[in-house]
Design a protein around this ligand. Structure first.
Ligand code: PMP
Length: 357
């Protein structure tokens, strides 16, 4: 069993019970006498796993009937090019909201396939906020958003009521809060935050949007092929899907997305309260856009940051160092992180501040 308080940004903490079941399945899955790592993905047993995982996604996120749930590979980063390859090619242009590091990566890839309009950018203030006042031209193929900016620590709380299809990268906040899937035509997320181990990418796509693709697309980049083959056009990421299933069963058992959202709010409030109260720490994100998944902050003088990092590490806290290009601290509060770990961190922050008085 892991013994640290893991605030890592991803791959991230999973519930201990999920780890235990996954470990057992690696040795002997159920009574099969086989490891989950060596079973055929075409076996009836695995087919029931993939089906169950799809149903759990549908149930937990209340996915309407006219949307497909797909399990792909290549991480969320592959979606940065696969989306424009499918939906921008042959169209006039696509619109992107530039809210940080991963949004920029998505923009860079999209420019390889067609014209990209950046509707707004928060780059003027170091990506500390999410622009919410922008004009959207009617003739764009889609608007691309990043619901949670994992590195900068900002999150979108109000999604636009848009007349154009909305595509959203939800890699770092999917399953952490209620969403209305109908607000989007296409949602994608790397699994390795709130869903399961790295290796699988979740896609939830409106079928009518998938049908807007009017040109030939290579099979491995064709969403419709994955939809028509139950995400098994080729060998799927079996282990990642299996552990995701276990994790979603866990999520359901703790009250589903609604239940975990309440806990996630509490965790974030507790930590932001300490940051705001503390004489030595300052939050880096605009208060209205503070992420509940990734909390970013610095020490006021920035000089004491290595010292605080060591102070926390010595006490069993891991994964809080800010992203290499940004610095400071980033504390990730994904679903499986217990409230008690946040209480512990807050205590450690308090003790450090006392020491510095
Ligand atoms: N988008 C966001 C918001 C992310 O946080 C990440 C990775 N943490 C990515 C995209 C890239 O995901 P992957 O590593 O699965 O390609």
């Amino acid at each position: 069993m892991t013994t640290k308080h893991n605030f890592g940004a991803g791959p991230c903490i999973l519930p201990p019970s999920v780890m235990e079941q996954a470990a057992k399945a690696v040795i002997n899955w159920g009574d099969s006498g086989l490891s989950i790592l060596e079973i055929s993905h075409r076996s009836a047993e695995f087919e029931s796993v993939i089906l169950k995982t799809q149903l759990l996604v549908r149930e937990l996120l209340n996915v309407p009937e006219n949307y497909s749930v797909l399990f792909l590979q290549g991480g969320a980063s592959t979606q940065f090019s696969m989306i424009p390859l499918n939906f921008l090619v042959g169209k006039q242009k696509a619109a992107y909201l530039d809210t940080g590091y991963f949004a920029q990566k998505a923009i860079k890839e999209a420019t390889l396939f067609g014209e990209v309009t950046i509707v707004a950018s928060s780059g003027d203030k170091g990506y500390a906020y999410v622009p919410d006042n922008y004009n959207l031209e009617k003739d764009v193929a889609y608007l691309h958003l990043t619901s949670n900016n994992t590195i900068e620590g900002t999150e979108i709380f109000d999604f636009p009521n848009s007349s154009v299809p909305v595509v959203c990268d939800m890699s770092s906040d999917i399953f952490s809060r209620k969403i209305n899937v109908r607000d989007f035509d296409f949602i994608y997320a790397g699994a390795q935050k709130n869903m399961g181990p790295a290796g699988m990418t979740l896609v939830i796509a409106k079928n009518s949007f998938l049908e807007t693709v009017g040109h030939p697309v290579p099979a491995m980049s064709d969403y419709r092929i994955f939809r028509d083959n139950q995400s098994m056009y080729n060998t799927p990421p079996v282990f990642s899907i299996y552990v995701s299933m276990l994790n979603l069963i866990w999520l359901k058992s703790v009250g589903g997305v609604e239940g975990i959202e309440a806990v996630n709010k509490k965790k974030a409030e507790l930590l932001y309260r300490e940051i705001d109260r503390s004489p030595i720490f300052t939050g880096t994100a605009n208060v209205a856009h503070r992420s509940r998944m990734n909390v970013t902050f610095r020490t006021n003088d920035q000089l004491t940051e290595p010292e605080f990092l060591k102070f926390a590490t010595d006490r069993g806290i891991v994964g809080i160092k800010g992203y290499r290009t940004v610095g400071g601290f980033r504390v990730s509060l994904y679903n499986a992180l217990p409230l008690s770990s946040v209480e512990f961190l807050v205590q450690v922050m308090y003790e450090f501040a006392e020491l510095k008085k």
